[in-house]
Design a protein around this ligand. Structure first.
Ligand code: GUN
Ligand code: ZN
Length: 434
């Protein structure tokens, strides 16, 4: 198949930056190139050393823009694309008043399919090439999600939500139907093309012990699948959970007791944690996921990134659409920076850009496939334009270093800064330079 060569300022991280001076953690080429063929990166280096180009190579010159690995979003809700920006409520009221009514609409397969198309369009426009999503309780919503991901050849993880109580009619499964539907979705989709499955009990409040027990059985039966849920996002949520599970030592213990914790587990939010819960994260290798725009929007609290990292825990970072307010991982970094500033934890742009690329890939155990630009990696590449808006261009007039440019991108950038998104080596945006 035909090769594509991208020329531009190539930036890729190969380990986590340890501080502002840790320039050995990444490779950066001012005039670099990447060759993509059959969905993989097959060559890269200095353009001056690219040699003579064969006739069957399409060259796309993206200079002066940056070429990075596509962004990875480790927690968001596909059926919430029409919930974003719903006013006034904190978590439990927001779920009951806005989110659950909206998710009931996904019983209609046609609606789910239309929303899946819109959802993937948004991810690509914002430079997100891989994500881990919750579908609705309806099996058809997961079908729509994986079908659309396959059509675009995207590496996507997701799962049908399991929820059998404390939710309206039309939005509950049963322990057995949740198990059966999940099992058949795993058998159909997990490992098919680039798709991977996440067993997805929504959270302790919406699952009976019988359901969490069967979720644990699925995790045991499918150890190569992911598992995702929510943990300690909101004080009222924690109190209600402990009422429902009075025998649990703490919120985490509910999930732990049913065998859900492992290194393939993603725990959205993980804000208000006890010392024992943090120790359980360290022991099991499960991953908290920081959702800054959501945590500010719902008034949930401040995620303690440094405190968790000091215990050897690998945190993900994510949008949490639709409590999150932007699909943009750049805007997610913007709000994340401010949350961490409030705790004296200034997030350096090197670590920030590592986090939304290779860092999230490490949390998923996929760093050999996505999140880096390396020969053999999957060819998900984005083109970033730090002068995308007049305000950014004005600010860029005073920028002298790569770190400063990255910081402008993460504080001021959004979908306008994504000049192109390549998925499996193919350009997916036709605005600037396709
Ligand atoms: N906890 C349980 N479900 C949800 C959800 O859809 N969004 C958020 N932010 N928290 C949750
Ligand atoms: Zn969520």
């Amino acid at each position: 198949m035909k090769k594509t060569l991208l020329r531009g300022r190539v930036l890729s991280f190969h380990r986590e930056p340890q501080g502002p001076d840790d320039t050995d953690s990444f490779a950066y080429q001012e005039d670099g190139y990447l060759v993509m063929q059959d969905g993989k990166i097959t060559g890269m280096g200095d353009f001056a050393q690219a040699g003579s180009l064969a006739d069957d190579v399409t060259v796309v010159d993206h200079r002066p823009n940056l070429l990075l690995a596509g962004f990875i979003d480790t927690h968001l809700h596909f059926p919430q694309v029409q919930v974003i920006a719903s006013w006034g409520a904190q978590l439990l009221d927001w779920l009951n008043n806005y989110t659950f009514p909206e998710e009931t609409r996904f019983a209609d397969d046609m609606h789910a399919e239309a929303m899946a198309t819109a959802f993937f369009d948004q991810l690509i426009a914002h430079g997100t090439t891989s994500a881990v999503a919750y579908c609705s309780v309806h099996k058809g919503s997961a079908e729509a999600y994986f079908t659309e991901a396959a059509r675009r050849d995207m590496r996507m993880i997701g799962g049908k939500v399991m929820m059998d109580r404390n939710a309206p009619d039309g939005l509950r499964d049963t322990p057995q139907s949740g198990y059966d539907d999940t099992k058949s979705l795993i058998n159909k989709w997990h490992g098919r093309g680039r798709a991977m499955y996440a067993v997805t009990p929504r959270f302790a409040i919406t699952s009976t012990p019988e359901q969490l027990n069967l979720a644990g059985a699925l995790v045991a039966e499918h150890p190569d699948c992911y598992v995702q849920t929510h943990l300690s996002e909101n004080r009222d949520e924690i109190a209600y959970t402990l009422d429902l599970y009075p025998q649990a030592r703490d919120y985490m213990d509910v999930y732990q007791g049913f065998g859900l914790l492992n290194e393939r587990m993603l725990l959205g939010h993980s804000i208000h944690l006890e010392a024992r819960e943090i120790a359980a994260l360290t022991e099991t290798g499960a991953h908290p996921v920081f959702c800054p725009t959501s945590n500010l929007f719902l008034g949930s609290g401040l995620f303690d990134d440094a405190g968790l990292r000091a215990q050897g825990i690998v945190n993900g970072i994510a949008t949490d659409i639709g409590a999150g307010t932007s699909y943009s991982m750049l805007q997610t970094l913007n709000e994340g920076y401010k949350i961490l500033q409030l705790q004296g934890q200034a997030l350096h742009p090197y670590r920030a850009f590592h986090w939304i690329t290779r860092g999230n890939a490490v949390a998923l155990g996929l760093e050999d496939q996505i999140g880096t630009l390396a020969v053999g990696s999957e060819a998900d590449v984005i083109v970033l334009d730090a002068r995308a808006t007049p305000a950014m261009a004005l600010r860029m007039g005073r920028v002298e270093t790569l770190a400063q440019e990255l910081f402008v991108l993460m504080m001021m950038g959004d979908d306008r800064a994504i000049a192109q998104t390549y998925v499996s080596g193919k350009p997916m945006i036709d605005k600037h330079d396709a």
